[in-house]
Design a protein around this ligand. Structure first.
Ligand code: 5GP
Ligand code: SF4
Ligand code: MG
Length: 464
C-alpha cells in the first residue's frame, strides 16, 4: 500500500504542497518518500529517501524549489523489497522527454510484462512493478508520452492509481477495476490529486470528485481533460479494506465517509453480537476506535479509552520479523489496569491478520485481572491473501484461515470472539456489493471473475 499525490498550478510554486500532501498520506506508507518535478532544462528531478516524509525529504529545499507541477509518493512495499532503489517516484529522461511516475497498487501481470520487455532489450533498474509502466512507455519512442502512457495502461492488469508527470501536464490514472481510491481536489486554479481526500484539507483545497475506474485525467493549461481506457469492467473492485482499516477516517471515498462507515461497522457488530452484561466497550487504538464508538452507541454501553497507545511508535507491521512485531505491539499498546480490574469488557479491533495483536492485548488485559473479555472484530475473517497492493501474508500465516470463531477465541484467550459478517460490512460501507473487492474475505479474485475477460500481457500492436 502506498500514497500518491500530485499538484498543478498555473501560478503558484507547489513542491512544498506536495510535501504537505504526502505528510497527510503518511499512514499509507512509511518506508520511503519521494518528490519529482520537471525543470526548465526539460529534465526530471527527484528527491527520495528512506523513512517518514520528514526524514526522507527536506521541506525547506522543496519550499525553495520553483516548480508549478510536481508529484510525490509514500511507500509501503508490497512488490519489490524495501530499499532506496525501489523508492518512488520513478523517473527517466527518455527519447520523448522527461517522465516521473508514482504508483499505488500491485500489477498482477508484472512478471509477464517484464519478460516481454526484457526480450525486447529492456534493462530493469529496480524490482518494483511500477517500472514496467515506465518501460512500456519508453518502448514506444515515436508516440507522444501521453499517448504512449494510454497505450501502456491498456496492457497492465491489476491495481494501479498513478500520478504521472509529463511535459504535457500532470496525469492521474485509475485502473479499470477501481481497486484503490484516487481523488481530484481544487483550490482556486490549482488542482491536486491524492490517494485520499484527507490530503486536500491541509492545503485548503476541496474534494472535487473521485477519479473514475478506467479514467485518465490530464491537467495542464487547458484545465482538466478526461480520457477513458479501452478496458471496461462491469463489476468494480474498490478495496473494502480501505474502509475497514487502511484509509484515514477523515477521508471520503466514493462519496462515503470513512469515519461514518467504520462507525456503522461497529453498530452492526453490536446488533449481531452485543455482549450482554459487559461493563464497558474499549478499542484497540487507533484503528479499532471508530468502530468501538459505534459499538458502544448501538449497545448502550459506555466507551472507555482503556487501552492506551504510544503515539510515537509506528504501525506494527512495519517491523519485519515476528519477534520485533510482537515486541512492537507491547511497545505500542498498554491497558489501564484499574479500568479492567474485576470488570467485564468488550474489546473492538478492526481486523485480525496474524492474530499477534489480539493475542498480546488480551493477555495484557488478563494480567489486569479483568473478569471477562469479549473480542469483537469490525471486519469479516481475513482468510485469503491480497494481490492488489496490501501486504497481507500468505494463507498459511493468516490466523483466520485456520480457525473458526471459537478456535480463535481460545487461541487469543478471549471469553468470546465474533466478527462482522461480510454482508454487514458491505451494508455499512453502503455501496452496491458488485462495486467492492472482498477477495481477502471470500477468495473471489478478479482473475477468477467473469468480468476479467482480458488476457494479460498481450502487448499486441503497441511496439512499433
Ligand atoms: P495482527 O496482529 O492480527 O497480525 O494484525 C492485526 C492488527 O494490524 C489490527 O490491529 C489492524 O488494525 C492492523 N492491520 C491490519 N491490516 C494491516 C496492514 O495491512 N498493515 C498494517 N500496518 N497493519 C494492519
Ligand atoms: Fe482490499 Fe482485500 Fe481486495 Fe486486497 S483482497 S484489494 S485488501 S478487499
Ligand atoms: Mg490496529
Amino acid at each position: 500500500m502506498c500514497g500518491v499525490f500530485g499538484a498543478y498550478s498555473p501560478s503558484d510554486f507547489v513542491a512544498e504542497e506536495v510535501y504537505l500532501g504526502l505528510s497527510a498520506l503518511q499512514h499509507r506508507g512509511q518506508e520511503s518518500a519521494g518528490v519529482a518535478w520537471i525543470d526548465n532544462n526539460r529534465r526530471v528531478n527527484t528527491i527520495k529517501g528512506m523513512g517518514l516524509v520528514h526524514e526522507a525529504l527536506s521541506q525547506s529545499v522543496l519550499a525553495e524549489t520553483p516548480v508549478r507541477s510536481a508529484i510525490g509518493h509514500v511507500r509501503y512495499s508490497t512488490a519489490g523489497g524495501s530499499m532506496l532503489q525501489n523508492a518512488q517516484p520513478i523517473c527517466a529522461n527518455y527519447a520523448q522527454g522527461p517522465v516521473a511516475i508514482a504508483h499505488n497498487g500491485n500489477l498482477t501481470n508484472f512478471d509477464e510484462l517484464r519478460g516481454i520487455l526484457e526480450n525486447r532489450g529492456a534493462i530493469f533498474q529496480s524490482t518494483s512493478d511500477t517500472e514496467a509502466i515506465l518501460q512500456l512507455l519508453a518502448h514506444q519512442p515515436k508516440r507522444s508520452p501521453f499517448e504512449a502512457l494510454l497505450r501502456a495502461l491498456a496492457e497492465v492488469r491489476g491495481a494501479y492509481c498513478l500520478v504521472v508527470l509529463l511535459e504535457e501536464g500532470l496525469v492521474a490514472a485509475r485502473d479499470p477495476w477501481g481497486f484503490r481510491p484516487l481523488s481530484l481536489g481544487k483550490r482556486g486554479d490549482n488542482y491536486y490529486v491524492a490517494s485520499e481526500s484527507c490530503a486536500f484539507s491541509l492545503l485548503g483545497a476541496s474534494l472535487v470528485r473521485d477519479i473514475a475506474p478506467g479514467e485518465v485525467v490530464l491537467i495542464n493549461g487547458n484545465g482538466v481533460t478526461s480520457y477513458s481506457l479501452p478496458i471496461k469492467s462491469p463489476k468494480k473492485w474498490l478495496c473494502s479494506f480501505e474502509y475497514v482499516y487502511f484509509a484515514r477516517p477523515d477521508s471520503v471515498i466514493e462519496g462515503r465517509s470513512v469515519y461514518g462507515t467504520r462507525q456503522e461497522m461497529g453498530r452492526k457488530l453490536a446488533m449481531s453480537w452485543g455482549a450482554s452484561g459487559a461493563d464497558f466497550v474499549a478499542s484497540f487504538p487507533d484503528s479499532g476506535t471508530t468502530a468501538a464508538l459505534g459499538y458502544a452507541q448501538a449497545s448502550g454501553m459506555p466507551f472507555k479509552a482503556a487501552v492506551v497507545r504510544n503515539r510515537y511508535v509506528g504501525r506494527t507491521f512495519i517491523q519485519p520479523t515476528q519477534k520485533v512485531r510482537e515486541l512492537g505491539v507491547r511497545i505500542k499498546l498498554n491497558p489501564c489496569p484499574e479500568l479492567f480490574r474485576d470488570r467485564s469488557a468488550v474489546l473492538v479491533d478492526d481486523s485480525i491478520v496474524r492474530g499477534t495483536t489480539a493475542g498480546l492485548v488480551v493477555s495484557m488485559v488478563r494480567e489486569c485481572k479483568a473478569r471477562s473479555l469479549h473480542l469483537r472484530i469490525s471486519s469479516p475473517p481475513i482468510k485469503y491473501p491480497c494481490f492488489y497492493g496490501i501486504d497481507t501474508p500468505s494463507s498459511g500465516d493468516l490466523a483466520a484461515a485456520k480457525c473458526d470463531e471459537d478456535d480463535m477465541a481460545r487461541t487469543v484467550g478471549a471469553d468470546s470472539l465474533h466478527y462482522l459478517s461480510k454482508e454487514g460490512m458491505i451494508e455499512a460501507i453502503g455501496l452496491p456489493p458488485d462495486s467492492l473487492c472482498t477477495a481477502c474475505f471470500d477468495g473471489e479474485y478478479l482473475e477468477g471473475a467473469k468480468s476479467f475477460n482480458h488476457p494479460p500481457g498481450c502487448c499486441g500492436g503497441i511496439f512499433d
